[in-house]
Design a protein around this ligand. Sequence first.
Ligand code: FAD
Length: 569
Amino acid sequence: MSRTGSARSVVCVGAGPAGLLAATQIKLARPGWHVVVHERAPKDVTYGYGVVFSDAAVRTIEYLAPELGELLATQTRWDDVEIRAHGRRYRVPGHGYAALSRHRLLDALAGRAAAVGVDMRYETPTTLGELRDEYDLVIAADGAHSQIRRELAAELGATVHWGRSRFAWLGTTAGFDAMTFIFERVRDTVVVAHGYPHDDGLSTFVVEVPGPAPAPTEAGADPEPVLAEWSEVFADHLGGHRLRTNDLRWERFPVVRLRDCVYRNVVVIGDAAHTVHYSVGSGTRMALEDGFHLARSVAHHDEPASALAEYQRRRLPGVAELQSTGERSMRWFEHVPDHLRKGPAPFAVHLLTRTNGVPLSRLAEAGRLTDDATEALTGRPMPRGDVLAVPLTVGSVRLPGRLAMRTPTDAPGVVPVAVLDLADVASAADPVGSPVLAVDLGPCAADPDVERTNTLVTMDALRAADLPEGSVLAIRSVLPAAVDRPPPALLARLRALCAVDRCDLVDLAAGDDRSGVALAVALETADLVRRPLNRPVMVSGFRAAPDVVRTHLLAGRIDLWCAEPGAWP
Ligand SMILES: Cc1cc2nc3c(=O)[nH]c(=O)nc-3n(C[C@H](O)[C@H](O)[C@H](O)COP(=O)(O)OP(=O)(O)OC[C@H]3O[C@@H](n4cnc5c(N)ncnc54)[C@H](O)[C@@H]3O)c2cc1C
């Protein structure tokens, strides 16, 4: 770490977690430099209530900011997730969370910044124009709605798209002892609350109205009637306590992405550069990580320009995966009314597995959850039965279980799948006695016109096909590589083909990309088509542990899992 070079001036816009940690660490690494933080809000005024961290995030923060050690030691910790929907409550242990009031977190970070000599200036809203020529380095840590990012949108390749739900970040004195997800029906929609306790005797209570519903209140209105109304909606969960606010806003979540986070002497960090949906609770950790890594680069390079180049090269690629996870979770909450139709237990499993595969053995600790979900699948109690052995009826064909494999296979209880090209389908004669004939259409064409033509040709061929009696016709589509959400072209293809009454089973197959993200896209696509198209869905060619596949089946996300021979233990 170099401490030489001429003194420089650094300004940080925003005293949130990102700006405060960056300023503190830069001042520590470069004591001779002048480091200023501008914050538009008064000291001690904070938007929002508590922030929750996973156990892994707590360990990261302890490493990045040891000065928070004392504060982190006083966090409220808990282990369980509780899901309250359809009048039922399911509690699942083994998660490991901790939460802090945002106010105390910022207070500790600001105290440390001042103590090491950062020039803290509250109630000083500022602009890029005022700063860029005056300082050697401008750090834009001005949050998700960053004005500096907006001004440099073209230079940074910034995009912002907005979640469909509206949310308000509220608090309450009601005690929660778990990460609690509450789903209540209000008039013709479903509202969601995310409740969890933190260290100051309060609980966070984020209220979310999924889907493109009208705003529940006008922004800027007197909050009291609104709080009274929402306290009433969630009265069964608040035990007589009221909701409170420190700044009532009904917002849509901004999904912020940047191509570059550096332009000349300006670097954008924290939420200003990348947001992660609050339902995966990692935004604060990422903001602190940004501050830490930026300061490290500054410590290594006497020239700010070199420091910024290193920061951009190292930091930006690391945030993409977590952002995708956050977006998947955000989309999950936007589709809550659809998911709730699965019934209480499959819904709860679906929620718990919305971003990651979770082995069934972990859910089994939740007592009756997995039994109830199995019963929902089979229509009868089946304690400790293996969900992979539950038969699946497709039309008039009864398949013996939920695990399929490409032919040839003679594994008992496994459904053999014969994969055909479209040219073979007209003359398919059940070559190996397989009950499932999967017509492989490959990936969608990149050109929409070509894809539309291909789909029409496929529809004609399927209409003309004379298939063996008692067979299930699966339409296999290959997922494209390097996408992080269900591709619209694939959804359009599936809708068109299911309109032809020759698709008995939707088959979503891995292409070259068999990564975890690609599997997540396949599973989310399955979710989007299974109920609207009223077809069972098979996912093919990915790798997953059998116990993870079982949870996807119990969640009602897929109906069949087709493993490659040799890829199943
Ligand atoms: C409902 C909700 C719940 C959340 N829950 C969690 C959670 O449980 N766990 C978690 O890790 N994260 C959570 N987050 C995300 C977390 O709050 C953010 O990721 C984090 O605060 C980002 O830190 P930041 O420093 O980048 O920005 P911010 O904390 O937003 O700070 C930006 C600061 O810049 C100031 N500012 C803006 N413009 C100017 C200007 N022109 N001049 C001067 N100052 C300015 C603002 O006043 C603000 O103080 C949640 C977010 C929301 C919305």
